[in-house]
Design a protein around this ligand. Structure first.
Ligand SMILES: [Zn+2]
Ligand SMILES: [Zn+2]
Length: 257
């Protein structure tokens, strides 16, 4: 059964995550994936082909540079990938270059001006598509999608999962949306609607707690409240920012800065 291997990371995330469990799963997948592409397998031919063709987004390139060991490995990856990216547009750039050198009469002709504009667009589209492509994001997204499906499976088939689900911290806004969407896909069973109901109630409850804490966080800056206890408000700002945009911050205490 395909779910047997997938249930462990999902259960693990719902048990351990501070904040959104799907962000927790995503981070674990990212770690594994970066390790995979930067580790010993980076020189294997099929890995080289994938990294050369797809490359990495800004976020993952930065992580590889700052968080991972081995600048030589990254330099080798950058070397072949940059050559590939250059090659992707080089012939078209040469053609555009030739058009740029044409005299005024060339651009006076409607057909030539159109060819110039189309060639430019061809290059720009390729540059934009290459910049948006990331081998890590692609792999993480495929696996995260499976984990979302596993969550629905666990809800539908494992009786004690509901308690674990309701005891979690709720979700970042993006992953909350993904979960709701999944509950409305295919045959919308009573169990799927019950999952959507549980997710909405959990999300409302946890968000309301975060907002109450954030309210107290703001009020604590009033000198009349300086001596009053923080309660759980010290991490409220991080919690709300993480809910807005996924797990971007550890839950450090933000007070006093
Ligand atoms: Zn999330
Ligand atoms: Zn990426």
């Amino acid at each position: 059964m395909r779910y047997s291997i997938d249930t462990i990371p999902v259960l693990d995330a719902f048990r351990q995550a501070k904040g959104c469990p799907f962000c927790y799963m995503k981070e674990k997948l990212e770690e594994e994936c970066l390790e995979h592409y930067m580790g010993d397998s980076k020189m294997e031919p099929d890995i080289r082909i994938a990294t050369n063709q797809k490359g990495f987004c800004a976020h993952h390139l930065k992580r590889m540079h700052t968080d991972m060991e081995g600048k030589l490995g990254l330099a080798l990856i950058a070397d072949t990938h940059m050559k590939q990216r250059t090659e992707n547009v080089d012939a078209n750039l040469d053609e555009l270059l030739a058009m740029c050198a044409q005299d005024e009469s060339f651009f006076g002709r409607v057909k030539s001006a159109k060819a110039y504009s189309e060639k430019t667009q061809q290059i720009v589209s390729r540059l934009e598509a290459d910049a948006a492509s990331c081998v890590v994001c692609e792999r993480v997204n495929i696996n995260l999608e499976r984990y979302f499906e596993t969550t629905v499976y666990l809800w539908e088939n494992q009786a004690d999962f509901a308690e674990l689900f309701r005891g979690s911290d709720g979700f970042c806004l993006e992953h909350f949306g993904t979960l709701l969407n999944l509950c409305a896909q295919g045959a919308v069973s009573a169990k799927k609607r019950a999952l959507a109901q549980a997710a909405i109630m959990l999300q409302k409850e946890r968000t309301s707690k975060d907002m109450d804490d954030l309210d107290w966080f703001i009020k604590k800056y009033d000198y009349r409240n300086w001596e009053k206890p923080w309660g759980e408000a010290k991490t409220a700002l991080s919690r709300v920012l993480n809910r807005l945009q996924g797990h971007i911050l550890d839950y450090e205490e933000d007070s006093g800065k």
